[in-house]
Ligand binder design. Structure first.
Ligand code: SR1
Ligand code: MG
Length: 427
């Protein structure tokens, strides 16, 4: 069946018919409807009262295709159900960082939710050099609470299995399996390369054995390690923030997967910003060093904050239960040793996933604005080469990088390296 997006008057009329939404918008005024979707998948509308624009909601609707490509790439509209379920679950775990859901319609595949009118998409804010003083604290809280409470460390085995079997998101996982873990490492028609990116950098993704093997290991982990309910697309475009508050949005890719996929996605996007900000800062007449340092501090703070909060939730839960997850007394050395090894493996996973996420944003079809808006192809290529170098190091050395400080030191080292774009030109 052919899909027609709502006209403004149709959407206004539809919303007027939902008492909970109508009460929020007030019925003493016309409604203004503006389509603002800039993501790859869905339609998004801001709807507000003309008389009192503070009365407003966001409507998000899933068309039966990938919006970025159109009807040629069909996608099941039921993906909206995954998003609604994840928003509701996250809303109970972390209400301060998740928009409220006012209404969900499983026939029209849409959701009506809280409008974050004084918040901006984090990716845009970072590109403008805005410092968010609470970002790392808020995101590490979100990560610790959501990743811990969806896992076997917290849920009963029965509840975890029930949640995992209801948390299968086949089609959206397939997008990630292809676009993040497979196509970037082969000569695939969907890849898009900056013309100035050296051929050797592209060739390396297809032929470097340690890198290919590491990427394959991450793909396997993504497909098989059903550890918890992950957001599944936690890049800086899925976060809205202001000086005081931080909200995580858009969990349509949510599924039962590896914890490190979310921690890795966020860190990968901070690192993409780190390399590209050099150019954006200079263009805006800002001194890049300070903001870049702040970005690396956020990488450290988000991981360290997450690791500390996650371990604390775990210990508290064991004390309340009166026994350790591994059995026996809650505070045993064995329980602590297992926890330590768990966090070490989680850091390695985080780095491996971060590497894959960085690579896909450089050579895959869905890119990030902080890099594509670098107008000069050669400058952009030097940023891209640095992203690829760090990504490869994260993947290949993920088991040896023992702390997040070792990672930020490596990132700074790669920034300082020279990039010779002429060494192996593409043509
Ligand atoms: C083809 S969809 C491309 C990307 O958009 C989403 O934000 C996900 O990152 C997905 O991989
Ligand atoms: Mg999204």
């Amino acid at each position: 069946m052919h899909f027609e997006a709502f006209s403004s008057s149709e959407l206004a009329e539809y919303l007027r018919g939902i008492p909970a939404v109508n009460a929020r918008l007030g019925d003493d005024s016309e409604l203004q409807v503006v389509e603002v979707g800039d993501g790859n998948l869905n339609y998004v509308y801001f709807v507000s009262s003309v008389r009192d624009p503070r009365r407003s909601v966001v409507v998000k609707q899933a068309p039966p295709f990938l919006r970025l490509v159109g009807e040629a790439w069909p996608l099941p509209r039921e993906r909206m159900e995954r998003e609604v379920a994840a928003l509701r679950r996250y809303g109970t775990l972390c209400p301060q960082h998740v928009p409220s859901v006012y209404h969900a319609d499983s026939e029209k595949y849409l959701i009506v939710m809280q409008r974050l009118a004084s918040h901006r998409v984090l990716r845009q804010g970072l590109t403008e050099g805005i410092v968010y003083p609470h970002l790392a604290d808020h995101i590490s809280t979100f990560l610790a609470r959501t990743l811990f409470h969806g896992s076997d460390l917290y849920l009963s085995p029965e509840a975890k299995k029930a949640a995992a079997s209801g948390g299968i998101n086949t089609e959206l996982c397939r997008i990630t399996e292809d676009l993040v873990f497979t196509y970037p490492f082969e000569d695939h028609a969907s890849n898009v390369y900056n013309a100035a990116l050296p051929a050797a950098a592209i060739e390396r993704l297809r032929t470097n054995q340690p890198l290919r093997r590491a990427a394959a290991e991450m793909k396997w982990a993504f497909m098989n390690h059903a550890e918890t309910l992950v957001h599944g697309d936690l890049h800086t475009g899925s976060i809205m923030a202001n000086e005081h508050e931080t909200y995580v949005i858009d969990p349509e890719f949510a599924f039962y997967g590896p914890m490190g996929f979310d921690t890795g996605a966020f860190i990968a996007n901070l690192l993409l910003a780190y390399y590209s900000l050099d150019w954006h800062d200079r263009m805006a007449g800002r001194e890049p060093i300070a903001f870049q340092r702040w970005l690396l501090e956020q990488v450290e703070a988000v991981w360290n904050g997450f690791a500390q909060k996650f371990a604390q939730l775990w210990r508290m839960h064991e004390r309340e239960a009166g026994r350790a997850w591994i059995g026996g007394p809650a505070d045993s050395c064995a329980a602590d040793a297992f926890r330590e090894e768990f966090m070490r493996r989680l850091l390695a996973d985080t780095l491996g996933f971060a590497g894959c996420k960085m690579i896909r944003r450089i050579v895959g079809m869905a890119k990030v604005a902080e890099i594509t808006t670098i107008k000069d192809e050669a400058v952009r290529a030097s940023v891209e080469v640095r992203c690829l170098r760090l990504a490869e190091a994260l993947l290949v050395q993920r088991g040896e990088l023992a702390s997040i400080e070792a990672v930020t030191a490596l990132a700074a080292q790669v920034l300082a390296q020279t990039v010779d774009l002429c060494a192996s030109p593409r043509n």
